[in-house]
Design a protein around this ligand. Sequence first.
Ligand code: UDP
Length: 322
Amino acid sequence: MPAKKKPASATKQPTSVITGGAGFLGSHLADLLLARGHKVIAIDNFVTGSVDNIAHLGGNPNFKFIQQDVTEFIFLDVPVNFVWHFASPASPIDYLEIPIQTLKVGSLGTHKALGLAKNKGARFLLASTSEIYGDPLVHPQTEEYWGNVNTIGPRGCYDEAKRFAEALAMAYHREHGVETRIVRIFNTYGPRMRLNDGRVVPAFVSQALKGKPLTVFGQGTQTRSFCYVSDLIEGIYRLMNSSSVDPVNIGNPHEMSMLEFAREIIEATGSRSKIVFKPLPQDDPKQRRPNITRAKTKLGWEPKVPLKEGLKKTIEYFRTKV
Ligand code: UDP
């Protein structure tokens, strides 16, 4: 007979496992959990994560790192209280280049992470995405909206992997009684984004800092709403500690067009860069803005960091990288 697992409440210092722990969001989550008294085990295969994001945690006795692809069986010989499943490429350029790995980490990786949570009696949180709404026909997006995704388009590998991951989490909840949480993450920015990951924030900021033209795709009329990373991580932490099995949008409802955003970046960097227009990528969502009523009512959460303040910190970080 296998030894009976300790319930989460019996352990004084909680242990958290973060898949994708060396990524942009995973590493910020590790910092917050360590600050709040958790032991953290970060798992990453460095496909899009970076050792630079966790180097400052080296030598911390509460932090452990395992280099592993989470689509393979995850073996851990210690009690675990929380599993945070963040491993995945998340930039359209990345998942265009590695669509199979993107599909595998969203499906097989989620399966392994859920299996770990089930085995340890741990609570599980899935980092899902606003991409599950596809090119949305409902605006702003509420959690009730089922989405408008092109399954066979270039973004399908990410969108469908995350939709599958949500379905799998709910199946583990319903069939195995695993305590599951699903966060739908909207566009997020901040230090530790990869300079060349192709997403609009690193792209515009690095172009502006180098005095190169900012590449606005299409007419720049498409909209996004940007959340600063510390706000996002706080919302996710609250969700894990809440009783909400239903998905929760976490993001900043401050919406702007990409042309407006390019101008904002030029101003914030004090750059003399011009703006050039490039073709709009296929299936690029025309508008995106979270409805955050559920996060407000269930988690008492809303974003606090204004765009100008968040951009200042992000630009400072990128100045050290360009
Ligand atoms: N975008 C742009 N120029 C760039 C990179 C992106 O105009 O150099 C646009 C892109 O077409 C999209 C928006 O910025 O409408 C956000 O793109 P990102 O890749 O950051 O993420 P998405 O929100 O599309 O997942």
